[in-house]
Design a protein around this ligand. Sequence first.
Ligand SMILES: C/C=C/C(=O)SCCNC(=O)CCNC(=O)[C@H](O)C(C)(C)COP(=O)(O)OP(=O)(O)OC[C@H]1O[C@@H](n2cnc3c(N)ncnc32)[C@H](O)[C@@H]1OP(=O)(O)O
Ligand SMILES: NC(=O)C1=CN([C@@H]2O[C@H](COP(=O)(O)OP(=O)(O)OC[C@H]3O[C@@H](n4cnc5c(N)ncnc54)[C@H](OP(=O)(O)O)[C@@H]3O)[C@@H](O)[C@H]2O)C=CC1
Length: 455
Amino acid sequence: MRIAGGNTVTTKDILDAIQSPDSTPADFAALPLPESYRAITVHKDETEMFAGLETRDKDPRKSIHLDDVALPELGPGEALVAVMASSVNYNSVWTSIFEPLSTFGFLERYGRLSELTKRHDLPYHIIGSDLAGVVLRTGPGVNAWKPGDEVVAHCLSVELESSDGHNDTMLDPEQRIWGFETNFGGLAEIALVKSNQLMPKPDHLSWEEAAAPGLVNSTAYRQLVSRNGAGMKQGDNVLIWGASGGLGSYATQFALAGGANPICVVSSPQKADICRAMGAEAIIDRNAEGYKFWKNEHEQDPREWKRFGKRIRELTGGEDVDIVFEHPGRETFGASVYVTRKGGTIVTCASTSGYNHEYDNRYLWMSLKRIIGSHFANYREAWEANRLVAKGKIHPTLSKVYSLEETGQAAYDVHRNLHQGKVGVLCLAPEEGLGVRDEEMRAKHIDAINRFRNI
Ligand SMILES: C/C=C/C(=O)SCCNC(=O)CCNC(=O)[C@H](O)C(C)(C)COP(=O)(O)OP(=O)(O)OC[C@H]1O[C@@H](n2cnc3c(N)ncnc32)[C@H](O)[C@@H]1OP(=O)(O)O
Ligand SMILES: NC(=O)C1=CN([C@@H]2O[C@H](COP(=O)(O)OP(=O)(O)OC[C@H]3O[C@@H](n4cnc5c(N)ncnc54)[C@H](OP(=O)(O)O)[C@@H]3O)[C@@H](O)[C@H]2O)C=CC1
């Protein structure tokens, strides 16, 4: 595509429009779009590249590519968004190591749904499930958003043609995670989303700060706060695994903001310090205290569950936990079920260390405990979680920011647990710190916003 004067349109022209304080919605609407853009991809012909390797040896730096890709056609109810910044989520790590399965199977299945969804079934997968940026175009039927709107996007993609999803959109049979089970994700200069993924960008945050909470903040909100999850209340003791990680850094904030008592599990003194800085008092360094819940690959050690439970009682003044915020999975699940109080809840959204969990069911049924499965969040839950960020009640936990070219390294850091909180990626934004519209509010919260930076 060419602009007046015969120059080829590039994403640089889009960036100039975003950075000009004079740009109007009409300017954005009139801005020609480029035919291609830069995006982080994995390739279908490389899905076997790590065959035979242990999970930890599968290196995202080898499978993640930065490619020029064609701009997708815009369909009804959709928006094309100029992505200023994105963030790395663990689902992109899973995609990049092709575990537990290749995400190309998801794209093929989605491609079979309709003429329009065929676009998603490509030999490359543009990954990424977070973004902060500016709406460039909206498709037919979109009235709530317009070109020029500064937005973040949550990652729930639904069709809602079945009645099943109309009480809770997470229950739609065609529910997918954008940028994981769909193509055209957020680790790119331009992304394609459904307009019902859009939410207002918090004014007091930079692009990369605004892009950090999305997926994990919404997930932690449903898992811990929402009635669809554990329905946490004031005074609850909440055991939070990985309390300074992606999900955990938001779960800890929700527990503190909601008047609950987080018991934060981490694996280093540095991470313990971050939890203390957030306001938590009860902290367990699982590494220093050397818990070994599994004697060997097949057998757990209930004495270790008990030692862990005693430590929790020491920290709570003798109480057991009302809620366990679970995601490590196989390695911790037996302990999580054991330490939950009578009538308490284990709420799980993942299985990072293995999805075949084992626990002693006597401790579940005899003590009337409940295990709840939780996955991402519906639009309303994501909106409520984003609103708390916009109001300065919950803060981004961004520790480090990489360029789009360095996304492989960013994913490697998360895969090898070398990071804290969230890792950001600059897409169109040429540098950090841009996009702040409310300096006064930012100044009020600046210490909290920077709490995870450069540690
Ligand atoms: C927001 C961020 C989130 C995260 O980070 S989450 C972490 C990353 N995500 C993951 O690790 C999950 C990755 N996904 C998977 O591993 C798989 O995705 C699932 C195990 C979740 C599902 O497996 P599958 O094989 O895709 O689906 P099936 O539902 O087992 O369907 C296969 C066939 O089995 C049929 N089937 C399903 N349930 C039943 C039943 N109860 N009785 C009989 N058949 C059943 C289906 O219909 C279908 O059939 P047909 O192949 O012909 O279409
Ligand atoms: N279903 C859903 O909607 C969602 C699922 N997820 C999934 O949740 C998982 C975690 O995601 P996220 O929080 O972003 O990842 P992070 O890697 O940012 O944080 C996870 C933390 O968990 C802790 N951890 C990891 N392995 C173990 C283990 N074996 N035992 C105890 N603690 C462990 C680590 O903290 P430390 O070392 O300090 O203990 C780590 O920092 C991933 O599998 C992801 O795919 C994520 C978001 C949404």
